[in-house]
Design a protein around this ligand. Structure first.
Ligand code: PTJ
Length: 252
């Protein structure tokens, strides 16, 4: 990997690029993953590369949903594996939830590499190598699912995802949590809770919130979810982009 000095003004962004590029080199991230990262970077730049108030509200609602879930599952693709493998394993351990490898540009080789990477990071239960079910309404590899995993889950976390699986999972009656820097994406609009934040910040924040809220009563968790409005949060994210740009132009 390129040696990037911590003093570089774009350090965090450059490290993230390196991680995705390294994932491609090692064969577990798709080439298309580089393009997805570029799109994410652009929205992160517009948002001011920070966790906004709407993202924090969404993170709290997501943590409440995960804590109330009976069968939560965390989905992992090639970009997630490149950027936050350790952090996803920590969240799964806290929830006692399985991780399931689910790929759009699926190859058995990539599924195996990602599953191995997660196990090396200490994951207890990794699914996705032997899918035995399909999510109805999808004509591509993302439809593949595992019984006892995503197929039977009541709450699914889908970071950096395509809109149609999000919609199909919601149609199955599941609560879906998305992590997506694009507040205009179909994924963000169709999910139950959309965290519009960089996955590098979102997953550690989600783990911290889950830990904090684990002492709350079920009634309080239910209230947090009830009071959360995803469309309002997405409108808030768009407004936060405007506000950030407005501040930038004023400063000049
Ligand atoms: O590993 P695979 O084969 O499953 O493929 C994974 C990718 C990400 C390539 C695939 O799911 C894909 O093509 O996704 P899209 O349609 O490009 O959507 C990815 C979404 O994630 C976009 O809306 C991006 O803005 C967003 N995104 C990209 N990087 C980040 C991000 N959101 C949060 N944090 C990021 N670092």
């Amino acid at each position: 990997m390129t040696d990037i000095p911590k003093s570089h003004p774009r350090y965090a962004s450059l490290v993230a690029r390196e991680r995705v590029a390294n994932g491609v080199k090692k064969g577990f991230t798709s080439n298309q993953g580089l393009i997805a990262q570029g799109r994410g970077e652009c929205f992160d730049y517009l948002l001011g590369e920070r966790t906004t108030a709407s993202a924090a509200a969404a993170t709290q609602a997501a943590a409440a949903l995960l804590l109330m879930a009976e069968r939560p599952v965390l989905s992992v693709n090639g970009n997630v594996a490149a950027l936050v493998p350790e952090e996803m394993v920590a969240l799964a351990a806290l929830l006692g939830a399985p991780l399931e490898v689910n790929l759009f540009h699926r190859s058995e080789e990539r599924v195996k590499l990602i599953a191995r990477l997660l196990r090396e990071q200490g994951a207890e239960k990794v699914l996705g190598e032997n899918p035995d079910a399909t999510v109805p309404g999808l004509d591509h590899a993302r439809a593949l699912a595992t019984r006892g995993g995503i197929y039977d889950a009541d709450v699914v976390l889908i970071p950096l995802e395509d809109g149609d699986r999000c919609e199909a999972l919601v149609a199955m009656g599941k609560k879906v949590i998305a992590i997506d820097l694009n507040p205009l994406s179909r994924t963000a609009r169709k999910a139950t809770v959309s965290i519009v934040d960089n996955i590098l910040r979102a997953v550690p924040n989600l783990t911290e919130q889950t830990r904090l809220l684990s002492k709350e009563t079920r009634a309080d968790l239910e209230k947090m979810v009830m009071e959360y409005d995803n469309q309002k949060a997405l409108a808030g994210s768009v407004q936060e982009i405007w506000d950030h740009l407005d501040r930038q132009f004023r400063v000049g």
